[in-house]
Design a binder for this molecule. Structure first.
Ligand SMILES: Nc1nc2c(ncn2[C@@H]2O[C@H](COP(=O)(O)OP(=O)(O)O)[C@@H](O)[C@H]2O)c(=O)[nH]1
Ligand SMILES: [Mg+2]
Length: 264
C-alpha cells in the first residue's frame, strides 16, 4: 500500500518485509500506511507524503554516491506486470555477461522466482519482497547493495515491482529509469500513466514480434510517449526473437562508459 500515490486502503500494516538482509535496523517509512486513516486531515496527509519522499530522496542520494564512487551503472526497470522485464534481463545478460560484470536486484510483492531466473543465467541476484508494497524504495535498495556488493564498473539492473504508478515517484539513486511497455498493453498507456513515462529516460517497446497479430499503433504510441516526455528515447524490440536487441545493448554500453568516466 502506498500513501504517496494513494492506492492503499490505509488500515493495513505492510510490515511483513522479508528482508534477505539480516540486520535491518533503520526505521522504515511506515507512515504511508496511515495516510487514509480516519482522523488525519488532508494537510497532515500531504505532510506525511512529503516526509516519505524527502526521506526516500536522502537514501537515493546515498545510493547515487555509492554508484558514482564505483563506476556502476544502475538502471531502474519499471513497467506493468508481464511486459517482459525479466525476459529482457535474462536475454541481455546472456549476451553481455562474458564482457561485463552484471548484478540484479529483483522487486516483487511475493516469491523469489525472478531472482532465481536471473541466477540461472550465472549472475548474482537478490530478491526484495515488498509484501503489500507497490514499489521499491531507496532505503531497501541501499540494504540490498550491502548484501549484493556489485563489482566496481559493473552494470546493475533493478527490476521494480510491476506497476506503472507508484515506482515513478521513488528515486532509487539510479542513472535512468527505463520503462518497458509491451505492444499487448495498448498504445495509450503513456498518456494514461504520464508520471511514469515522464520519469523515464528510455522506453523499450517490447514484444514487437506480436505486432502482426494486434492492432497496436506504434507511431501513435511513440507520439503519446513524446507528448508526455519530449526527451524520451524509444527502442522497439522483441526480447523473444532478439530483433532490436542490438540497439539496446549499444545504449547500455554507452551509458556504462559514461558512468565509468569519472571513476579512477
Ligand atoms: N511474444 C513475446 N513474449 C514475451 C516477450 N518478452 C516477454 N514475453 C513473455 O511475457 C511474459 C511475461 O514476461 P516476464 O519477463 O515475466 O515479464 P515481467 O513481469 O515484466 O518481468 C512471459 O510469458 C514472457 O515469455 C517478447 O518479446 N515477445
Ligand atoms: Mg519480472
Amino acid at each position: 500500500m502506498c500513501g504517496v500515490c494513494g492506492c492503499g486502503e490505509g488500515h493495513s500494516h505492510s510490515h511483513d518485509h522479508d528482508h534477505e538482509h539480516p540486520h535491518d535496523h533503520h526505521d522504515h517509512d511506515h507512515g504511508a500506511e496511515h495516510t487514509h486513516a480516519p482522523g488525519l486531515s488532508p494537510k497532515r496527509m500531504v505532510q506525511i507524503e512529503q516526509d516519505i519522499l524527502a526521506k526516500n530522496n536522502r537514501y537515493a542520494a546515498e545510493n547515487r554516491r555509492y554508484f558514482g564512487e564505483r563506476g556502476i551503472l544502475a538502471l531502474n526497470l519499471v513497467s506493468s506486470p508481464g511486459s517482459g522485464k525479466t525476459t529482457l534481463l535474462t536475454e541481455t545478460i546472456s549476451r553481455l555477461k562474458d564482457e561485463l560484470d552484471i548484478a540484479v536486484i529483483e522487486g516483487d510483492q511475493q516469491t523469489a522466482r525472478d531472482a532465481e531466473r536471473i541466477r540461472a543465467t550465472g549472475v548474482p541476484a537478490l530478491q526484495i519482497n515488498t509484501g503489500k508494497g507497490c514499489h521499491l524504495d531507496a532505503h531497501r535498495v541501499g540494504h540490498a547493495l550491502e548484501t549484493l556488493q556489485p563489482k566496481d564498473r559493473s552494470l546493475l539492473f533493478i527490476e521494480n515491482v510491476g506497476n506503472l504508478v507508484c515506482p515513478s515517484a521513488f528515486d532509487l539513486g539510479e542513472a535512468h529509469k527505463v520503462v518497458i511497455l509491451s505492444v499487448t498493453e495498448g498504445e495509450d498507456k503513456p498518456i494514461k500513466y504520464p508520471d511514469m513515462f515522464h520519469a523515464a529516460d528510455l522506453m523499450i517497446l517490447n514484444k514487437t514480434d506480436l505486432l502482426p497479430y494486434l492492432d497496436f499503433d506504434s507511431e501513435q504510441c511513440i507520439q503519446y510517449a513524446k507528448q508526455v516526455n519530449p526527451r524520451i528515447k524509444i527502442l522497439p524490440l522483441s526480447a523473444k526473437t532478439g530483433e532490436g536487441m542490438d540497439s539496446w545493448l549499444r545504449w547500455l554500453k554507452a551509458e556504462l562508459e559514461l558512468q565509468r568516466i569519472d571513476y579512477a
